[in-house]
Write a protein that binds this ligand. Sequence first.
Ligand SMILES: *Cc1c(COP(=O)(O)O)cnc(C)c1O
Length: 447
Amino acid sequence: MKTLAERSRAAVWHPCTQMKRHEARPPLAIASAHGPWLVGTDGRRYVDGISSWWVNLFGHGHPRLAAALKDQLDRLDHVMLAGLTHAPVVELSERLAALTGLGHAFYASDGASATEIALKMSAHCWRNQGRPQKNGFIGLAGGYHGETVGALSVTDVPLFRDAYAPLLRRSAVVPSPDARGAAPGETAADVAHRAARALAAHLEQHHAHTAALILEPRVQCAAGFAVHDAAYLREVRALCDRFEVHLIADEIAVGFGRTGHLFAHQSAGIRPDFICLSKGLTGGLLPLSAVLTTDAVYAAFWDDDSALGFLHSHSYTGNPLACRAALAVLDEFASRDVLADNARLAARVSAALAPLLADERLAQPRHLGMLWAADARTDDPGFAQRFHHAALEQGLLLRPIGATLYWMPPYALDDEAIERLGAGSRAAFDAAWRGRPTAATPAVVVP
Ligand SMILES: *Cc1c(COP(=O)(O)O)cnc(C)c1O
């Protein structure tokens, strides 16, 4: 009989994967998940060290989220949102408005679609205001905003982009404020200021044809957890105001507490013109994304003429189940001081990771909120794969980005999970560095 993993390899085209890689190693089959733990079909347990691709917030199978979803399922599964409305989408929009100051929410089902919506809304807004030539976009070097064709046009990751280059209308790329770019004697704030000056020079020349600048506030995650100083966001806000360019904050990865603030841009005390949310929005339960915007942008579409409206839709826009999951996430934030609890949890994770992060073979260790990263001093292209496999053998799900190791665990870690994040990561690093896989640790079987 074929295993689940073998059947998957034959019938499922896995994301972000050269499928031939699975010839040697089939995908890992997961049977269940609880809290920070994933349980394989063979009974082995793994710490979900990357929150299942950055979506899970409070651990798997969270009782509050599960209960909300079950309750919603008995009331209203789904209705279309054009011409109809329902309590979960109204309440969610009101509560997101209260948390961000951006009072109009448009929904889709994934992050890339949120990027598309923000870009389209921005350019359409300028068009409605009689300035159709303002339709270009600016992104940061290394920026990641999703992989549909429009989102890819503002994504600066060659590996994802180059094969589709002829399909794309490329956007302008300005230097990243990545603090790792500091010259000797320079602070992170100096790097931020230098990057802002480059943006100013670009805007001087191109503002008349620029609709919006899109960026990931505080941490460019896909670029290898490039952290920048909050001063950059303040300078960018001022420049966008001066040159009449919308500022789109892509909070898809960094939102909902990952950086230690509810939303990362709030660390700079600024208000963007658009905020894109997804991933943690439903706590990792269901696909949902939202684009929040201002009264000013909303007003530019308000007219008797249909063509001036934002005629964009997805079939599942505002799905009640997904909105209800998002409301349960907000309830969890309201029920306790999640950010303060995370700060205490983060101190324990930092202590567990400290021996590895102090290792000479790692450069630029960094920590913000519930994110940790460091760069292995290697240019071996096989390192990331080796580390990933070695970590699995330690009972840890981790996927380095090139030479960058990172940890983005859920906000629910028991003692065993913290211990394993520390000791397991260290053992996996040693094994990956040596270039040989570790001997498999004894299988830990759940009762
Ligand atoms: C993951 C991500 C996206 C894309 O979201 P998908 O749901 O994968 O389409 C966009 N922006 C950022 C910053 C992301 O991390």
